[in-house]
Structures are given as C-alpha cells and as structure tokens.
Design a binder for this molecule. Sequence first.
Ligand SMILES: Nc1ncnc2c1ncn2[C@@H]1O[C@H](COP(=O)(O)OP(=O)(O)OP(=O)(O)O)[C@@H](O)[C@H]1O
Ligand SMILES: [Mg+2]
Length: 345
Amino acid sequence: MTFSKRYNFAALTALLIALFSTVSMGIFLYVFFKFLSAWLLLFFLVSFLVSFLIVQYRVEKFIYFRIKKIYNDVRILNEKDFPKPSITTDMEVLTREVENYVNVKKLEIETLNVRENYRKEFMGNISHELKTPLFTVQGYILTLLDGAMKDKKVRKKYLQRANKGVERLIYIIKDLDMITKLEVGGLVLSKENFNIIEQVQNVFDLLEMKAAKKNISLVFDKEYTESILVYADRERIEQVLTNLLVNSLKYGKQDGTTEVSIENIIKNKVLVRVTDNGEGIAKEYLTRIFERFFRVDKSGSRKEGGSGLGLSIVKHIVEAHNEKIYVESQFGIGSEFSFTLEKGK
Ligand SMILES: Nc1ncnc2c1ncn2[C@@H]1O[C@H](COP(=O)(O)OP(=O)(O)OP(=O)(O)O)[C@@H](O)[C@H]1O
Ligand SMILES: [Mg+2]
C-alpha cells in the first residue's frame, strides 16, 4: 500500500513521458521513413524505466530538501530527528509524522505555560509577602533617624520592633528556601528508624511556652508505654509535627486542647493524627489550605504572623515520603490533620 503510493507519482509521470515519446517517435518514423517496428515497444519500456528512475530520484531529493529546510526553519524537528530513509514522496506519511511531532510539542508548550503562570504567581506572592515586614523595618528606622533616636526609651522600643520585622523576614526566607528545595526535588530524605512517640514529645516540649500563652494543653490521646518505631526522615517529620502543632496553637482557642494519636492502620503503616478544638476551617477552604501562601483569613493570620507556607511544606515532606496527608475540619469546632508513615523495624 505505502509502497505503491510512494512510487505512484513517479510511475504515472514516467508512463506519460514514455507514452508521449513513443508516440512521437512512432509518428516521426512513420512520416519520414514509412517505418514501424516492434522495437518501439522496447523503446517505450526503456523510456518508461529511465523516466521513472529520474522522476523518482528527483522528486525524493526535491521533497527531502524542501521539507528539511522547513523543518529546520520552524525548528519543529532537529535535523537528526528527521530520518532520511523514511523520506518519501508519500505526503501522507510525512503529514502523520509532523502531526505527531506537533502534538508532542503542543503538550510541551502547555506544560511550560502552566509552569510560567505558576512562577509568575509565586514571584508575586513572594514580593508581596516580603514587602510588609520590610516596610515595617524601614518605617521604624526612618522614624529613629528623624529624631526618635534621641529619646532613649523610644529608641529601644523601635529597635526591638525593627528587629521583629527582620526576624519575620528571616522566617519567610527560611520557609521559601525549604519549599524551593522541596519543589526542585533536591530534597534527599535520610530515613532512619525512630520512636515517633518520643519525637512528638520533643515537639511538645519545644512548644510548651507557646502553648502556655494561650493555655492550650498538648497531649497524647492515651498513655503510650511502648515505643512505636517508624522509618522516615526524622528531622523532616519533626518539621511536619512542628508546623501542624504550631497551627493548632495559632488557630486554637484559649484554654483549648491539641491531641496527638498514633494508630496502626495496616500491616506496615501508622497514622499520626493531630486534633485541635480551635477555630476550624470552613469547607470551601479545605481543598486550598495546602497551597503555597494560602491563608483563610489574611488579616487574622497576619496578626499571627503566618505566611501560608507551613502546610504546603508539610504536604511536600509527607509526599516526598510517598505517604498521604488528610484534613478534616468543621468550622467553629476544630480541625484534624493526619498523615501516614511507614512502620520501622
Ligand atoms: N489547625 C488549624 N485550625 C484552623 N485553621 C487552620 C489550621 N491549620 C491551618 N489553618 C488554616 O490554613 C491556613 C494555612 O496554614 P499554613 O500553616 O499553611 O499557613 P500559616 O499558618 O498561615 O503560615 P505559616 O505556617 O507559613 O507561618 C492558615 O492560614 C489557617 O487559616
Ligand atoms: Mg502554619
């Protein structure tokens, strides 16, 4: 099928040329020499064969160079991707080849566009996020320069506030750094066996002061007398626990409770659950809280000094472990974040 198509054009052209020259030759011989012979048949065959070869060769060359030039110009294909032996006079094959290639490129362009939008949004968020503390710091410094520094009491207060702003900048940049690493995929997990109960207790201890400010109790759901080993990156999991527990304090109610439980789910997995009785998250936001920079109440969270990166870092880390994170929440009642971990041995 493709064979016949490939040579169709040349064969037909050669046939016409051969017919024309044979008939012309016949007429010429007859008119001038009154002579006709079966040799004309041979002449016909030879001229057909020769024309066929020439036409076929020329057409292939012609199309090959043309197409090659187009390909190079458009840069749809690299020259080396363009397989020379498959260049034929068969346009159908060629069209199919180009179509395939265009489809692949289209997909590539689409993903690039999505990524580009993502990047733009990311840059916008970062600059917005950095602007606020920067302007705060600048504000205090300018006021000090304007004369406030002569007053000893005001001087100290303003310097402390400026320092708060700088601390906030550092905090955001640290988070950004972490998230960039996670997203580039440069995060190498160093997994080990460790006792998750002990790890949770460590984070409880670290957050004791913070919890005391709102009189929130950080507790286990029951007494764990035996250790529960998990196989994971200890430092990263500490980060996950910290982010979740800090959230439960930030969005928790005065005198509330945050409870952590560790459950066996299937043979080789445990589920770590962090439950609070805080402000909760309205249903419409639940799907979005893991997005970078997403905060339910922008002004309220700002008071708490959040940048909306905490949960997206949590999600990245859990997913880097090939584990899952879940959230359930009822507005005004409380939230529950849980994630799976591989059991250790
Ligand atoms: N335990 C929770 N209870 C109620 N709302 C929560 C809870 N955890 C997260 N949220 C909501 O989800 C949003 C995103 O949380 P995330 O931890 O990503 O950001 P953040 O706490 O605002 O800032 P960051 O953690 O970067 O300092 C929060 O702003 C808050 O609105
Ligand atoms: Mg947070």
